[in-house]
Design a protein around this ligand. Sequence first.
Ligand SMILES: [C]C(=O)[N][C]1[C]([O])[C]([O])[C]([C][O])O[C]1O1[C]([C]OP(=O)([O-])OP([O])(=O)O[C][C]2O[C](N3[C]=NC4=C3N=[C]N=C4[N])[C](OP([O])([O])=O)[C]2[O])[C]([O])[C]([O])[C]1[N+]1=[C][C]=[C]C(C([N])=O)=[C]1
Ligand SMILES: *[C@@H]1O[C@H](CO)[C@@H](O)[C@H](O)[C@H]1NC(C)=O
Ligand SMILES: *[C@@H]1O[C@H](CO)[C@@H](O)[C@H](O)[C@H]1NC(C)=O
Length: 321
Amino acid sequence: MYEAYFNNKFTNALVFYIFLLLLILVSPFLFFWELITTLRSCFRCHENMSGKVVLITGASSGLGELMAYEYAKRGAFLAIIAIKEPESQLKQVADKAREHGSPDVLFMFADVSKVDECRMFVDDTIKHFGRLDHLVCNAGIAPLYSINHDVTKFVPVMDINFWGSIYPTQFAIPHLMKTNGKIIVNASAAGMLHPPKGGFYNASKAALISFYESLRFEVSPTITITILTLGFIQTNLITAEYSTKGVGARLRKDFGDILPTMGAEKCVKAIVDGVCKGATSITEPRFIKALFLIKFMFPQLLSLCFNMCFPSKNRNLKRDG
Ligand SMILES: [C]C(=O)[N][C]1[C]([O])[C]([O])[C]([C][O])O[C]1O1[C]([C]OP(=O)([O-])OP([O])(=O)O[C][C]2O[C](N3[C]=NC4=C3N=[C]N=C4[N])[C](OP([O])([O])=O)[C]2[O])[C]([O])[C]([O])[C]1[N+]1=[C][C]=[C]C(C([N])=O)=[C]1
Ligand SMILES: *[C@@H]1O[C@H](CO)[C@@H](O)[C@H](O)[C@H]1NC(C)=O
Ligand SMILES: *[C@@H]1O[C@H](CO)[C@@H](O)[C@H](O)[C@H]1NC(C)=O
């Protein structure tokens, strides 16, 4: 009997609008709920990282390196992974992490896109330290893409960014179960917002978010999963080298005083603080969360912005072809 209603386009759409209206009506209550949750999280206890074991992939440079130091300051044992290239780099990170206060640092070279190598470094970590508390899936590559290229060239992006997080996660889960451990996944705000010209890098991040959001239900409450969705401004601030040219520099010059931008070290401290408090998702800088809300409730509005900010060349292509 109800089938007739749900076959009708108009009544179907009506359900959506009624729910939207209800959502807007209850939103003052949701607002206070959010506010109270945020306030409560300020007073939540920090996990004591002293003597705990943290495994970080892609720790030879970038934010992965800084995360190693941040964990080291808190007295954690570290196992850090990178692919071989600058061989001395990872050793330097290990030495510096010891200086920052880590009692023991194990560094290993492995390609996270190879399942056997992932099994090996998780096993070696357990053999060396006897336990695992946090797994940080951080390794990633970000090549610029164009649809005119041969798309098979971008298969490694998925292999490293997506499978390179899934493999270590699979091998680590039995050990994390024993310690009530945590998994930290390096996604990107672009994985939530689906911007134009996102390419395979942004698609791989969307796939990560989707996979780990659903894995959460399988492993909780024993294991806590923290998904990082970092914004573009912050990443352009990683090193002075990045910030002297390009969009980042211009954005910073034009909006630096208005937008709450954030240095890499402050960002990494916020991440590790959040993880130790048991956060399930961390967005830095925080104002980007507002964009997620807009994307969720009024997707048309964001599309409009994207169309204005990224005037598409493809429309001309279409006209020509
Ligand atoms: C925390 C965080 O975030 N972290 C990270 C960051 O830092 C980065 O940047 C990114 C990229 O992608 O990621 C994450 O993120 C991540 C990273 O990045 P970065 O840092 O920029 O990069 P780098 O520096 O280059 O680093 C990397 C690493 O990794 C590794 N690898 C690679 N490949 C491989 C590896 N390992 C192993 N295996 C393999 N296959 C490397 O090593 P080497 O040796 O080569 O050096 C290193 O260490 C990632 O993931 C991404 O994605 C993210 N993000 C997000 C957002 C934004 C961004 C920017 N940057 O912009 C990023
Ligand atoms: C953290 O744990 C270590 C030993 O596991 C202990 O010595 C230290 O006092 C603890 N620190 C705090 C702040 O509880
Ligand atoms: C991801 O998407 C953003 C926004 O369109 C774009 O600027 C960036 O270049 C993309 N990243 C890569 C590595 O393609």
